[in-house]
Design a protein around this ligand. Structure first.
Ligand SMILES: C[S@@+](CC[C@H](N)C(=O)[O-])C[C@H]1O[C@@H](n2cnc3c(N)ncnc32)[C@H](O)[C@@H]1O
Length: 282
């Protein structure tokens, strides 16, 4: 699908049959109509604002070092701008790509009056626009929603400067199955290929560690960390309301415990375009 493809509009109107992953856009369109207060989570009064910001702190605690010295960042599938707003506050040049127009509109509104600069692209990871090379790509909770994550990563590799950094996260199979977000009646997906499809609602590819490592073959993985145990994970209810420092400490304890360790809801990755792949891009 090309950037701005009219089929996106048809999809959101329910007038085109989506391929399975594009069903997510139909689901997102519906959620914007039915639960705008949840989708608009950058608003301080959104019911999920606190949780989403806490998760951002968790991601940044893993990614902050790799962001040092960056000037240009691509926020791929950046949605309403959870990371874009933070990057702009650091004075960075941000390219935001997302196929959900309502999210982009929200992100642009949030970007006003912040330092840094922003270019917004209504597009997908499969159809990345031609961009000046970036130092860092952030793809937080995105590769699990695309049809062909390898194709997306190959486009990411082309937009990254040689040796550039990819920071990404994806859903982890078993922790996802045990989280509060899991959809009723989807157990076969977890026992099968890990792809959960609830038509008209969502399509999610959950990953085991080996699958994610194989997908990232063109990248040198500096850290692949199991995360999201208490934050949106299976221990969310048991953990209760946490402040940032408590949440980070609890995540570390649950990652260290032999029983809870394999029950992470997500994988959080810091990686760098390999020298070999960088030289193929030149
Ligand atoms: C779970 S949200 C994550 C949003 C944001 N990265 C964050 O962490 O707050 C997934 C995002 O991926 C976007 N998305 C879905 N399919 C995509 C695709 N093919 N290419 C790029 N982004 C996509 C959605 O529109 C949505 O904004």
């Amino acid at each position: 699908m090309e950037p701005g493809d009219p089929r996106l509009v048809d999809l959101l109107r329910g007038e085109a049959a989506p391929t399975d992953p594009l069903d997510n856009l139909v689901g997102a369109g519906r959620y914007w109509l039915e639960h705008p207060e949840h989708m608009d989570f950058l608003h301080p009064e959104a019911p999920n604002h606190r949780d989403k910001m806490l998760e951002r702190e968790l991601y940044l605690s893993h990614w902050i070092d790799a962001l040092q010295g960056a000037r240009r960042v691509l926020d791929l599938g950046g949605g309403v701008g959870r990371f874009t707003t933070w990057l702009l506050d650091q004075g960075l040049e941000v390219e935001l790509v997302d196929p959900d127009l309502r999210s982009l509109w929200r992100a642009v509104t949030e970007a006003a009056d912040r330092p840094g600069s922003l270019d917004v692209h209504w597009s997908t990871g499969e159809c990345l626009p031609e961009l000046e090379p970036v130092d860092v790509v952030i793809a937080a909770e995105v590769l699990c929603y695309v049809e062909d994550p390898a194709a997306v990563l190959s486009r990411v590799a082309r937009v990254l400067r040689p040796g550039g950094v990819l920071l990404c996260s994806v859903e982890a199979r078993w922790g996802w199955a045990m989280s509060q977000d899991v959809h009723y009646g989807t157990i076969d997906a977890f026992l099968g290929d890990g792809v959960v499809h609830v038509p008209g609602d969502r399509w999610v590819r959950t990953f085991e560690e080996a699958e994610l490592r194989a997908l990232l073959a063109d990248f040198d993985i500096e850290a692949l960390v199991p995360t999201h145990y208490a934050l949106s994970g299976p221990f969310e209810a048991a953990a209760g309301l946490l402040e940032v420092e408590e949440a980070l400490a609890l995540e570390a304890r649950l990652a260290a415990h032999p029983i809870s360790r394999p029950l992470n809801r997500a994988w959080t990755v810091t990686s760098r375009l390999s020298e070999e792949r960088s030289s193929r891009s030149i």
